[in-house]
Design a protein around this ligand. Structure first.
Ligand SMILES: Nc1nc2c(c(=O)[nH]1)N[C@H]1C(S)=C(S)[C@@H](COP(=O)(O)O)O[C@H]1N2
Ligand SMILES: [Mo]
Length: 352
């Protein structure tokens, strides 16, 4: 068994999901990489010039913050260190920001020292083939030892900075600015203070609100209206959430273990990386939801209890295909045994 950072699991073999932006900005201009900011020699490099810095090939583990990992992807590219050396950064340069050729000029940044110590690369090949456009081809950043959101796709500008500038996900989604998977640095502090959280829970009206990292474990939230709410990393462990409406909500990495979710509506919701161990999902509807990286049974050995799923639980078959192998096996066998039984008496739990 290879080692994974805390609460990560392997993506299905051969699957590499596209996360975030799917295409670069349209442009007729040939590919170019600019190295700019606090440098003595600003550079403008063609693709061929970049390759001229000397290709290296090395296996690197990918860890997406939404909990899937891929181990030992063989990347080919050049060391960021080699390219930066040619630009001669000023002594004052403390941070490096990678900017994408994308409509939102997507970016992410890192302390310069970390980027160099971690051996960041600019890569054009993965496992022996040119990187697909969806995965950031022709040229993307790879930062080993950080969650994958630090690895910017379609990098067209590298800017050296004296002061840090938060990247896109760090600024808009609350992703941790360091993002070390071994320390599980997924999120920055919650959006709300304790009292505001308590008030939101009491009012039970979450629709459209930013309640990321909400701490609601154990609460009675039956019939909750949480349509379109931002609930990344929220803790709903053991909550009563019968008939809760999470349609279109963002529940990525939320904790729903042991929650009573009978009849809950997750239509079109983002539940990537959410955990549903021992949750009651009978009658829950995940149609059109993105469930990549979600877990329905424990991946370790210490807590074998899986979610309660039966023929009244709606999950798109294509969504199941994208889950990790052990999650697929668990869900398929739960659905199969449910359809074999006349009732679902054997796994009935107390309550209601
Ligand atoms: N330009 C750009 N780069 C990006 C993103 C993005 O939205 N735009 N998303 C980041 C995130 S959150 C992840 S997990 C990885 C996903 O890369 P993949 O689509 O090749 O799996 O790219 C990172 N780099
Ligand atoms: Mo990610």
């Amino acid at each position: 068994m290879e080692s994974l950072p805390p609460r990560q699991h392997l993506a299905a073999p051969g699957k590499w999901p596209v996360v975030g932006e799917r295409v670069p900005r349209e442009s007729d201009a040939p590919w170019q990489l600019e190295v700019t900011g606090a440098v003595a020699r600003p550079l403008r490099l063609s693709f061929e010039e970049i390759q001229g810095f000397g290709a290296v090939e090395t296996p690197i583990d990918i860890h997406c913050v939404t909990r899937w990992s891929k181990l030992a992807v063989r990347f080919q590219g050049v060391r960021l260190a080699a390219v930066l050396a040619a630009a001669a950064p000023h002594d004052e340069a403390q941070f490096v920001s990678f900017v994408a050729r994308s409509t939102r000029s997507h970016s992410s940044s890192l302390p310069l020292k970390d980027a160099l110590d971690l051996g960041a690369l600019l890569v054009w090949e993965a496992d022996g083939a040119p990187i697909d456009e969806g995965h950031g081809g022709p040229l993307r950043v790879i930062v080993p030892g950080r969650y994958f959101y630090k690895s910017v796709k379609w990098v067209e500008r590298i800017e050296l900075l004296e002061q840090d500038r938060l990247g896109f996900w760090e600024a808009t989604a609350g992703y941790h600015n360091t993002g070390d998977p071994w320390r599980e640095e997924r999120y920055m502090a919650p959006a709300l203070g304790r009292n505001e959280m308590r008030a939101a829970i009491q009012a039970r009206s979450f629709a459209g609100r930013d309640l990321r990292s909400l701490a609601a474990a154990g609460h009675d939230l039956a019939d909750l209206d949480a349509q379109g709410a931002l609930l990344r990393d929220a803790d709903f462990t053991r909550c009563d959430l019968r008939r809760a409406n999470f349609a279109g909500a963002n529940l990525s990495n939320a904790h729903l273990d042991g929650a009573d979710l009978r009849g809950a509506n997750f239509r079109g919701a983002d539940v990537e990386g959410a955990s549903f161990h021992a949750a009651d999902l009978r009658g829950a509807d995940f149609s059109g939801a993105s469930i990549f990286g979600a877990t329905f049974c424990a991946t370790g050995s210490n807590d074998p209890q899986g979610a309660l799923i039966d023929s009244s639980t709606r999950i798109d078959p294509a969504a199941i295909d994208a889950l990790s192998p052990e999650q697929q096996t668990f869900i398929r066998s739960a659905l199969a045994s449910a359809s074999r039984e006349t009732g679902n008496g054997s796994r009935e739990r107390s309550s209601e």
